[in-house]
Design a protein around this ligand. Structure first.
Ligand SMILES: Nc1ncnc2c1ncn2[C@@H]1O[C@H](COP(=O)(O)OP(=O)(O)OP(=O)(O)O)[C@@H](O)[C@H]1O
Ligand code: SF4
Ligand SMILES: [Mg+2]
Length: 407
């Protein structure tokens, strides 16, 4: 089936801030092109038959918060089915969220109607995983790449072909090939066509949903380099979705790890790859050959994840990772761990957050959750409700002292 084309057009974002990753909600100097807060998508599960009753919900995305700096990039990583594509589709508003905010360029677009979204579609574009299915096989490359220009009446008709040729050149394709069909191109070239289409209207934000995972390894690096070049040249903010930590490592200064609809860890690249504090991130990193040594404390063996990913229709109580976690304790089944900030640019959702082999004996989350070490509520302690804010605060919890500290 051909993917819906969210394509559309707009003025170019200022090509600044590519290296500026101080995405703090409370820092007025930081600029985010996207700020997502408590985003939720519950797909109804219905019975078959004439009267289709809702019997449950797939909690595909459940309380996700993060930010993408203008001209910067955030990586979103996790196993199959954890909700990455759904998050991408919510942000590009191919789906309407069940709840939460999607602040794009300072405006909440979460519940806008299709008509209200039309001008915004120019500014938020998506690159899909499989270039073979996301390009209409009956249309020429010129028609595919030029369609957004026509739909949004950005250019007069006679200027469209020259612009398409210019875009094909930018993505490394022969501009003379605009009248060829997608099947006449290789997989890597087809993804370049998808990138050209996404660039047509000079978006401020690009959601790249596993843009290289359908390509040969030898071609992946070329396409990633191309994405990096266009980001630098046009100052586009990127949400880069991948199931593999190795892929986002070179592209994203900041990376969020998702598990069963939730973000479990988010940090700057150096911290996440060298000192992951969540058992799930540690397990994922142990499978990445070039970072294995640092991430698993110099040990050589791979951390095996036992069991299957649970169903998002009936996720485990408390911490969703607990059914596969080697260090789970009583509290993990009772209390959901909040995404707690533990360093200037590091958040983690684990009661026993710590470097591999150095998990604390007592839960680090007791005070913020208002519970004791077994997860029972402590009278008089009030849980901190501010914990699901996007971005980083200038105050965080020092895991060594258990105290709030700051810059
Ligand atoms: N339209 C839908 N209706 C019902 N359930 C859906 C729908 N779209 C996605 N889901 C479910 O939501 C969950 C998350 O799916 P999603 O496609 O976002 O995962 P993903 O992380 O992108 O996985 P993958 O790596 O395989 O692409 C899955 O359990 C999936 O079956
Ligand atoms: S909260 Fe508990 S179950 Fe979840 S990752 Fe941490 S230790 Fe494991
Ligand atoms: Mg997906």
């Amino acid at each position: 089936m051909t993917e819906m084309d969210p394509a559309v057009g707009a003025p170019v974002a200022e090509p600044a801030l590519a290296e500026h990753h101080a995405a703090s909600r409370r820092n007025p100097d930081a600029q985010q092109v996207l700020s997502v807060e408590n985003l939720r998508m519950y797909f109804p599960v219905k019975t078959s038959g004439i009267i289709r009753r809702t019997v449950g919900h797939v909690q595909a995305v459940d309380g996700v918060s993060f930010q993408v700096p203008a001209g910067g990039s955030l990586g979103l990583v996790g196993e199959s089915g954890c909700g990455k594509s759904t998050t991408g589709r919510l942000i590009t508003r191919l789906l309407r969220p069940t709840g939460g905010r999607i602040d794009f360029d300072g405006r909440d677009i979460a519940q806008l109607s299709q008509r209200e979204l039309l001008p915004l579609r120019r500014e938020i574009q998506m690159i899909f995983q499989d270039p073979a299915t996301s390009l209409n096989p009956r249309h020429t490359v010129g028609a595919i790449v030029g369609a957004p220009l026509q739909i949004h009446k950005v250019l007069p008709k006679d200027k469209i072909i020259p612009r398409v040729q210019e875009l094909l050149e930018i993505v490394g394709l022969n501009p003379e090939h605009y009248n060829r069909y997608p099947h006449e191109f290789s997989g890597g070239q087809r993804q370049r066509i998808g990138i050209a289409r996404a660039l047509t209207l000079q978006p401020k934000l690009l959601v790249a949903d596993e843009p290289v995972s359908a390509l040969d390894v030898s071609i992946q690096a070329q396409v990633i380099n191309l994405l990096q070049d266009v980001q630098n040249e046009f100052g586009i903010g990127f949400l880069f979705i991948a199931h593999d930590l190795a892929v986002v490592r070179h592209f994203c200064p900041e990376v969020a790890v998702m598990y069963l609809g939730k973000i479990v860890e988010i940090a700057d690249r150096e911290t996440l790859y060298l000192r992951p504090h969540h058992p799930y991130t540690q397990a994922l990193l142990s499978a990445v050959p070039d970072v294995k040594q640092a991430a698993i404390g110099g040990r050589r063996e791979r951390i095996r994840l036992e069991g299957d990913v649970p169903s998002p229709i009936l996720p485990p109580s408390g911490c969703r990772f607990r059914t596969r976690c080697a260090i789970a304790q009583e509290i993990c089944a009772k209390v959901e761990p909040p995404l707690l900030q533990i360093a200037p640019r590091h958040k983690v959702a684990c009661h026993f957050a710590g470097e591999l082999g150095h998990a604390p004996k007592e839960p680090v989350t007791m005070k913020v959750c208002g519970v004791d070490a077994h997860g029972a509520p402590v009278p008089g302690e009030v849980p901190d409700v501010q914990l699901n804010e996007p971005g980083f605060s200038d105050r965080w919890m020092d895991l060594k002292t258990g105290q709030l500290t700051g810059a």
